[in-house]
Design a protein around this ligand. Structure first.
Ligand code: ATP
Ligand code: MG
Length: 396
């Protein structure tokens, strides 16, 4: 058993000692069988939320009415959830209520895919009622139960399906694929935030090309913000070497680059992305485009504003042009710049206003810009006296 599970074992043991059942469930069991790195460890138990709270010293109530309590073990948070069944679903996205039950099998049955519906006990034995292990071996994603029913209950599962195809390099089982093709429009009931999280994971996956192809084949893309009528552009996004990119900022820059929306702002806002990310994407787009036209000039390098941003732009440039990436070289070049931001200048706007005995205005930015260019190109030394001398000589 991997160390991640070992660290959480005391929780399972404590629940069992108190007479309850407890198992590791879901994604962590799947990932350990796939020998992938394990994300969050989730625990399912027959204990009720109140019992869990009574049993452990440090707990956080994150949704006791749904059965979930966070237990802190050595400072690490673990989601411990009471076996539950979901009653009628409303609006194709959430159950009207949950019913706590005593059966692990019933709890596993409500889960989305066979590979996510396995449990593991404290001895590392895998409990697999729905042939999840077989599907893992054959690398197939299959719903637990009838795909049409499961997608109709919760339409997000369709996005999850395609995301797992990309993330795990799996194939969809034919019934699951067919049901996505007929139920795609139900995605309209799902919030943009939840779609965004899945789409972003899809773009990060090693099988992004196949994931994107499936979005198009099933028409799911038509129900994603700003993607209607963008099938061809979406396919070219999926064909980029996106694995070279490192952050969400970079991924969304690639998305904007390929999808070419009428308005970058509106497109990203429709995906409910944060303002900070939108600003960064705007800047990355502008600079990358310029670098692709004129190469890495000193001014462009400087305009990135940080070593990290310079590397991001270099990764984007290499991704869009399918050419070699040289972010380490670019980072070194950035570090060697005579100045790295306007605050490094040995003269500021206030001093300029004094120097020219004029009220501040747009002219200040213009002069500072010229000074920056001169210093970057090593035609001017970044000292106050040299800059003053230059100002006099230029007679600006
Ligand atoms: P990740 O690696 O992205 O965390 P995961 O499979 O662990 O993948 P989570 O969203 O953390 O995904 O969910 C944990 C588990 O809960 C899943 O493995 C699955 O068993 C169940 N689950 C999550 N979302 C759904 C859903 N929409 N419908 C049914 N079961 C779900
Ligand atoms: Mg998880």
């Amino acid at each position: 058993m991997q160390s991640e599970f070992q660290s959480a074992l005391p929780i399972l043991q404590k629940l069992q000692d108190a007479g309850y059942e407890a198992y590791f469930v879901g994604g962590s069991v799947r990932d350990s069988l796939l020998k992938r790195s394990i994300g969050d460890i989730d625990i399912a138990t027959s204990a009720k939320p109140r019992d869990i709270q009574n049993l452990f010293k440090k707990t956080i109530d994150v949704g006791a009415e749904h059965g979930t309590i966070i237990v802190l073990e050595h400072g690490e948070p673990y989601e411990v959830t009471t076996y539950r069944q979901e009653s009628e679903y409303i609006g194709h996205r959430r159950p009207a209520g949950v019913v706590f039950i005593a059966s692990l099998k019933e709890d596993l049955k409500r889960r989305d895919f066979t590979i996510n519906a396995m449990a593991m006990d404290a001895d590392g034995e895998v409990i697999d009622y729905f042939e999840g292990r077989k599907d893992l071996q054959q690398r197939i994603l299959r719903t637990v139960g009838k795909a049409a029913d499961r997608f109709s209950e919760d339409a997000l599962r369709m996005m999850r399906a395609v995301r797992f195809v990309s993330q795990l390099d799996f194939k969809l089982c034919p019934f699951t694929l067919a049901a996505i093709s007929t139920h795609g429009s139900l995605l309209q009931h799902i919030s943009a935030e939840r779609k965004t999280a899945e789409f972003q994971k899809l773009l990060r996956g090693p099988g992004v090309g196949e994931g994107v192809r499936l979005l198009v084949e099933t028409d799911l893309y038509k129900h994603l913000p700003g993607l209607n009528e963008k099938a061809a552009q979406l396919m070219s996004l999926g064909a980029l070497p996106l694995h070279r990119l490192q952050s969400a900022d970079e991924l969304w820059t690639a998305a904007v680059w390929s999808l070419n929306p009428a308005s970058l702002q509106i497109f990203l806002r429709d995906w409910k992305l944060p303002v900070k990310l939108i600003k960064t994407v705007e800047s990355y787009c502008t600079i990358t485009e310029k670098v692709m036209v004129s190469g890495w000039t000193l001014e462009l390098l400087y305009s990135t504003g940080s070593e990290q941003a310079a590397c991001a732009v270099e990764r984007l440039r290499s991704c869009f042009t399918f050419s070699e990436e040289a972010s380490e070289k670019i980072a070194a070049k950035y570090r060697q710049l005579p100045i790295q931001s306007r605050s490094d200048l040995q003269i500021d706007g206030r001093q300029l206003a004094q120097f020219y005995r004029q009220t501040p205005g747009p002219w200040i930015a213009e002069i500072l810009g010229s000074a920056e260019r001169e210093i970057l190109n090593k035609r001017l030394c970044n000292t106050e006296s040299a800059i003053r001398e230059w100002l006099e000589k230029c007679n600006l």
